[in-house]
Design a protein around this ligand. Structure first.
Ligand code: GRF
Length: 225
């Protein structure tokens, strides 16, 4: 049975779209139970509607207390029947209730090679820092900001003098490939977490289909495989 996922968004929704594309193609064994935005103007909501995906708004600004927002978000996810939460450009930290309800079932994608450049605009931070290698990271979510155990990272060389917006576009194309792959590993029950380390069950680590980038690192194989 496909893994029902809740996709949480705040922005344009290109990662949500990439995930939906992979599901339609049959390379990602999941179903989008709900798309949830934290404000009604998120362009991702229009994209969800175009595709006929169920969506809801849990409007952060309409809650007087942070705890009330957290509870409404948890309720919306629970009502959808989702078993896994996928953050796709969601610009809010998750409360302890949600983290506790989905242990090792919440993923995030970050547009930098963590632990470098966490927080906002990781691509811009990397470009302005003068980093020579940039990329993206899919990780489990914990209570910190972009601090959870890393699942997969993909990297590319920064071109000499490359502008941050060009770099961000190139990283985004990588994101659209690695995020569905990480979700598929989770959906297939292939990921295990021990402390900060993520392992992949089964006998192959290949990213399928292959991704065009300068370097990519899947989790190491679980002992015994
Ligand atoms: C992506 O760069 C993602 O890494 C970051 O937020 C951005 C979301 O983009 N967390 P989109 O809404 O998926 O187009």
């Amino acid at each position: 049975m496909p893994l029902p996922i809740a996709v949480l968004v705040s922005g344009g929704g290109s990662n949500m779209t990439a995930i939906a594309d992979r599901i339609e193609e049959g390379s990602l064994d999941a179903s989008i139970a709900v798309v949830i935005a934290d404000h009604a103007r998120a362009a991702a909501l229009d994209k969800a509607a175009e595709r006929g995906l169920p969506s809801r708004v849990v409007d952060f600004a309409s809650f007087a207390a942070r705890e009330d927002f957290d509870r409404a978000l948890l309720d919306a996810i629970g009502e959808s029947g989702a078993q896994t939460v996928v953050l796709a450009g969601f610009m809010r930290l998750l409360g302890p209730g949600l983290l506790g309800a989905f242990p090792q079932r919440i993923l995030n994608i970050h547009p930098a090679l963590l632990p470098s450049f966490p927080g906002l605009r990781g691509q811009r931070q990397a470009a302005e820092y003068g980093a020579r290698i940039a990329g993206c990271t899919v990780h489990f979510v914990d209570e910190g900001v972009d601090t959870g155990p890393v699942i997969i990272q993909a990297a590319l060389a920064v071109a000499p003098g490359e502008r941050h917006d060009t770099l961000a576009e190139r990283i985004l194309r990588l994101e659209h490939r690695v995020y569905p792959q990480a979700i598929q590993w989770l959906a297939a029950g292939r990921l295990t977490v021990r402390g900060r380390h993520v392992f992949l069950r089964d006998d192959h680590r290949a990213v399928d289909p292959p991704i065009d980038c300068d370097f990519i690192a899947s989790p190491p194989l679980e002992a015994g495989f």
